[in-house]
Write a protein that binds this ligand. Sequence first.
Ligand SMILES: NC(=O)c1ccc[n+]([C@@H]2O[C@H](COP(=O)([O-])OP(=O)(O)OC[C@H]3O[C@@H](n4cnc5c(N)ncnc54)[C@H](O)[C@@H]3O)[C@@H](O)[C@H]2O)c1
Length: 440
Amino acid sequence: MTLKEKIGSRKAAIGVIGAGYVGLPLSVRFAECGFRVTAFEIDERKVEAIQNGRSYIADVGTATLAKLVNAGKFTATTDMAKLAACDAVSICVPTPLNKTRDPDVSAVLAAVEAIKRTLHKNELVIVESTTYPGFTREAVLPMFAETGLKVGDDFFLAFSPERVDPGNPTYHVKNTPKIVGGHTPRCLEHVALLYGEVVDHVVRVSSTDSAEMAKLLENTFRAVNIGLVNEVALMCKRLGIDTWEVIEAAASKPFGFMPFYPGPGLGGHCIPVDPHYLSWKMKTLNYTARFIDLAGEVNSAMPRIVVELVVDALNVDRKAVNGSRVLVCGVSYKRDSDDLRESPALDVIELLLERSATVDFHDPHVPELTVASGHRFKSVDITRPGAIEAYDAAIIVTDHRALDVVALLERASLVIDTRNATKAPLAATPKRTRARVVRL
Ligand SMILES: NC(=O)c1ccc[n+]([C@@H]2O[C@H](COP(=O)([O-])OP(=O)(O)OC[C@H]3O[C@@H](n4cnc5c(N)ncnc54)[C@H](O)[C@@H]3O)[C@@H](O)[C@H]2O)c1
């Protein structure tokens, strides 16, 4: 049976390397569509959880996972030798930055090395991890070429960027269009065929380089626009204009404008990281990616600006930040999530600690956290009588829906609002507000 026939009849055995935010939902989608899927994971706890039918990713229901595992459609292992039995393998491992803020592609290379050991005829390998343009062609292909197998004839190599937006109630694997690029036309045909079985819409591009660059355009677009709107917020502050009102007004234009909102800084695994992959690549070509650098500069300054707001606001109350009690509300990098990766709240906490403030946090989704300097915190229960009143300032860093903003307004003396979370409650119950509110 050819690989195409195996895919068409859903008899192809699928391997997914890395069962995290990206790999687990993708594995589940393949399994739901009738493929036999094996997740290859180095984290034994994740393997154990999958084998016990227990999900650890909010977007994947435990009942769904358990059903697929019990039906024999989905399994997980740490044993990379089992890659030999896979017809198609998707690489979904992390691609962070190293200490010098350069791309760290070591996990992808480790996955490629593992696949290489058992690479066989008619196998399709898809890189999903976000990376720089040219990576699949320049770094992955030469490793596979060492096997003597010929790409496009003996095996197929593709890049297909992951676009998952954890926590998004509308868009998930099935209905998010999937970009695919192959190293050769036959590679493209195979990857398009495979994803065509599991997603509603496949978008073909002419090369792996284009697919890699498309992903970086998407995330650079976000980073640059967030940088722009953060700078607009700083300009509005100097001008004495309400930033949020300005954005709302501009967003009434039905064409040519898309609203972005200021905030305490970028967070998560993608937007603060991915544009650096592009600027790093461009540096190797002696080109400076100016928009990326500038957006990075503006966005990474935001936690410091938030802390300056706190310092200035405490000053109005004749208080020094040194010794003041500050409650950081919402610490994950985005609303309704428990994901702390690159969260600007962690920087805000560190900067306050550096200034000798007494810091606590409250987050309905995060029970505890440790910041880089080693301080450990447990989420404060703000429903306790006197809990909010005990603080000199409360900062809304992440506007979870479950965050009781009304309680903060009624019981805190000072609220620093970095997300415009107080607007609606203030409008609804202006009389019950005790807090002085300072917005970004
Ligand atoms: N999380 C997102 O929202 C998102 C969105 C789009 C793209 N991406 C990209 O997808 C990729 C994966 O991101 P993620 O958020 O799923 O990361 P993650 O950390 O949630 O998951 C990655 C998994 O890979 C495992 N792993 C690491 N090295 C391994 C190896 N050598 N072999 C087997 N398993 C290994 C880790 O244990 C982890 O479980 C990254 O390149 C990221 O930039 C992420």
